[in-house]
Design a binder for this molecule. Structure first.
Ligand SMILES: NC(=O)C1=CN([C@@H]2O[C@H](COP(=O)(O)OP(=O)(O)OC[C@H]3O[C@@H](n4cnc5c(N)ncnc54)[C@H](OP(=O)(O)O)[C@@H]3O)[C@@H](O)[C@H]2O)C=CC1
Ligand SMILES: O=C1OC[C@@H](O)[C@H](O)[C@H]1O
Length: 373
């Protein structure tokens, strides 16, 4: 592994929750890799039992120095060797876990969806600002290099002309009928539903491809939404996003009943289209740009070239979660308290959209009526 000429920023992580994504996260950040931008140490793990913590370490990070293990989340928050807390619990606990970590003076990287409602997210960001700690939603897909390359093709090089529509689907077959009521994919009290779990990625691709700007600078959008509910949990959500200023549209969907196709997204412009593919909608691997034969006179006649004019594939090490972790390390090393790619305002904008989609679609959570705590 090539050593960097300069010392890399180092951060020490405390992990809250020993579930599936926490396992992927600790594996990813401790993997040897080329061009790492930071050094990551897993300093502490908090789970519901010590036995669980021991097997978590054994299964996922056997060869690194053994982290401190705790049978409570509080242990991690009080551990002086922890700089940043990674929250890998179900959606319904994000607000409390974030607020507890912030109160303990820890920086935070919290899994998506950041909270159940926009109001919860506002409360967390207000607390972080008051305490001067860093908080970011772990929307890892945004840190994939494909996103930057794609947005250059769309907005700088304008290879497909004026963007008109984005179709994006994220579907997973969760076999909900076979899951117990304790599953985070089925239990409303844990924040279940396709929208918060995976629809958030389809929405993200729509927002990233239909508008060059994000956060506070983003263009105004209108939303029409529909959801199919089983026992109150949305098993399918369809979102129609419209940008009134340009007429651009996003057709953005999610389902927990079927697996989507590898080609998960299509972006149409006046002079061609772009296809995105990958094993998951959250995990892109390739994009290709196709131009109309008649692109020079800008008419969309349906006649495409047989070869893309541009395509790029991306290999990955591990799952790809190390990129967001590197971003946190670089931000902290530079003294920043939020990230430019996933700023607070972007998380809030998305949370408000998720609230509106659920208001129209009918999926409600116990937290919907709550005022700030
Ligand atoms: N970035 C990505 O690609 C992915 C992100 N996610 C996100 O990560 C978060 C967690 O998802 P995932 O890892 O799949 O979930 P899991 O169910 O696998 O793990 C959740 C963990 O949360 C803890 N927990 C605390 N209270 C409860 C409770 N009442 N019920 C269940 N678990 C509880 C448990 O840890 P313990 O017992 O150790 O305390 C549990 O292991 C979600 O926000 C999800 O959207 C999920 C998958 C992929
Ligand atoms: O965030 C996610 O992305 C990948 C999916 O497998 C998972 O269900 C979801 O939580």
């Amino acid at each position: 592994m090539a050593e960097s000429q300069f010392p890399l920023p180092t951060i020490r992580w405390g992990i809250i929750g020993a579930g599936a994504i926490s396992a992927a996260f600790v594996k990813d950040i401790t993997l040897p890799r080329e061009h790492a931008q930071a050094r990551h140490i897993v300093s502490a793990i908090g789970t519901s039992s010590l036995e669980k913590a021991k097997s978590f370490v054994q299964d996922n990070i056997p060869s690194v120095p053994t982290p401190h293990i705790y049978s409570s989340y509080e242990g991690v928050l009080q551990d002086v060797t922890v700089d940043v807390v990674y929250i890998g619990t179900p959606h319904a606990f994000h607000k409390k876990n974030c607020l507890d970590a912030i109160a303990a003076g820890k920086h935070v990287l919290c899994e998506k969806a950041f909270a159940i409602t926009a109001r919860e997210a506002e409360e967390v960001f207000a607390a972080a600002t008051a305490k001067n700690v860093y908080v970011m939603e772990a929307m890892w897909t945004r840190f994939h290099p494909l996103v930057q390359d794609l947005r250059k093709v769309l907005f700088t090089d304008k290879l497909i002309g004026d963007i008109r529509r984005t179709f994006c689907d994220f579907g997973q077959d969760h076999k909900l009928a076979s899951l117990g009521p304790e599953s985070r994919l089925k239990n409303l009290d844990l924040g279940a539903g396709s929208l918060l779990n995976i629809g958030i990625y389809s929405l993200t691709w729509g927002l990233l491809t239909l508008d060059e700007r994000i956060g506070m600078e983003a263009s105004h959008t209108e939303i029409l939404a529909n959801q199919s509910l089983v026992d109150g949990v949305d098993v399918a959500t369809a979102i129609l996003l419209r940008y009134p200023a340009t007429g651009r549209q996003g057709i953005l969907t999610s389902t927990s009943e079927f697996k989507n196709d590898d080609a998960f997204c299509r972006i149409e412009g006046t002079e061609g289209y772009v296809l995105l593919s990958g094993p998951y909608t959250s995990s892109p691997r390739n994009f290709s740009v196709w131009r109309n034969r008649s692109a020079s006179n800008s008419s969309f006649d349906g006649l495409q070239q047989s070869e893309p004019v541009f395509q790029k594939g991306y290999d990955d090490v591990g799952f790809g979660l190390y990129r967001e972790a590197d971003a946190v390390a670089l931000d902290l090393a530079a003294g920043r308290r939020e990230n430019k790619i996933m700023p607070h305002a972007e998380t809030l904008r998305i949370m408000r959209m998720l609230d509106e989609i659920r208001r129209q679609g009918g999926a409600s959570f116990p937290q919907d009526g709550e005022s700030s705590s």
